[in-house]
Design a protein around this ligand. Sequence first.
Ligand code: EPZ
Length: 423
Amino acid sequence: MDSIIVQGGKALKGQIHIAGAKNAALTLMPATLLSEEPLTLTNAPRLSDIKTMTQLLQSLGAEVSAMQDGKVQVMSTHGAINTTADYDIVRKMRASNLVLGPLLAREGHAIVSLPGGCAIGARPMDIHTDGLEKMGAEISLKEGYLHAKASGGRLKGAVIDFPFASVGATENIMMAATLAKGTTVINNAAREPEIVDLAKCLRAMGAEIAGDGTSTITVQGVDRLGGATHQVVTDRIELGTYMLAPVFCGGEIECLGGHIDLVGAFAEKLDAAGVDVTQTELGLKVKRRGDRPQAVDVTTEPFPGFPTDLQAQMMAMLCIAEGTSVLEEKIFENRFMHAPELMRMGAEIDVQGGTATVKGVQRLKGAPVMATDLRASVSLILAGLAAEGETRVNRVYHLDRGYEHVEEKLSAVGAQIERVSDS
Ligand code: EPZ
């Protein structure tokens, strides 16, 4: 296993290229199961989660090829496809459940392993399955696998009211609805940019979708979809992560490809914390106004609210802010595992259920810390940029799921950071 070692205190200067969105690519790739023709994705990120999704699609009989230069993924499915998504692959990555809707729509049946819980919560699939059942699917759970069948061989359009604006359920239902008979309306749909990106790609394939980006999405089913070429939207979570970097150790960074519309609520909080965010021709320029950020309160919400995937990174920044901040995590039930690790570095954090109170300290101290999940891992690296001395983040395989070469991107702008192999 690898570790990443950071020497704190070096001011940052320069530009960081922001990659295509992991959470867009992970729903765009299963979309290829809806069509017999190839789907070409450009600007797809080079991440281990993308490799996992590639393995899953290949196990279903799809042809997936990734050319490293342009980061292009070309996928097409030939003839009959295997409709069983195996536990061994699905348990590694929850997003594997996004093949359920496309398989049901394309083949009329699917057997998909339940992903099981992960570090940040139980993550059930009831919103996905209730919606598909409203569209005429018969779904039963057998030995950890969802067995789904479209009664009469084809899903039917339906009006579906989501109890919560679930991102994955919106994606699964939207994809399933593209080939259903009739019209589907999703009320209380998720509004994330990755949903809009998926709708754009599905329309390019011939789907009839309206309302993406709002809480009500309407899909008019068609008989078949074609191929398309689609550029993956910029990763707003990687963007927000690198926007924070200069706040920890001073300097100024320009995040290439960044756009304020992707990180509105997050940028507002940064402004309140004393950080300048400027839209330039090339991206977003970020610079801390004073010597220390100011404390701000944060509550995570579905888009366009403050994203849960930037909560850990924000908490790390608030650990060195002037004053006391209160963070409320409203999306996942167990997403503060970075707190005890930050406390090893001298942070003062009191966690009570879904609320964390952070009393800012003048300096953090470098320490060996443990990565627990994807976003917690990167928050420890950011904290290392501000800490006195050396911080060693272990188990960085979590990091490689969602961040391309983080040590290369940060050292290119002046951070003293390196990856070492522990084996
Ligand atoms: C997506 O997960 C993202 N993953 C997550 O990013 C992100 O944190 C999350 O959306 C929220 O924005 C991908 O896009 C691959 P949800 P998803 O369905 O779709 C509950 C990262 O770090 N829920 O919106 O699984 C669920 O338990 C990852 O990149 C149900 O109760 O998120 C959770 O508490 C982490 N029943 C909440 O809703 C359901 O059927 C949000 O889940 C579905 C969800």
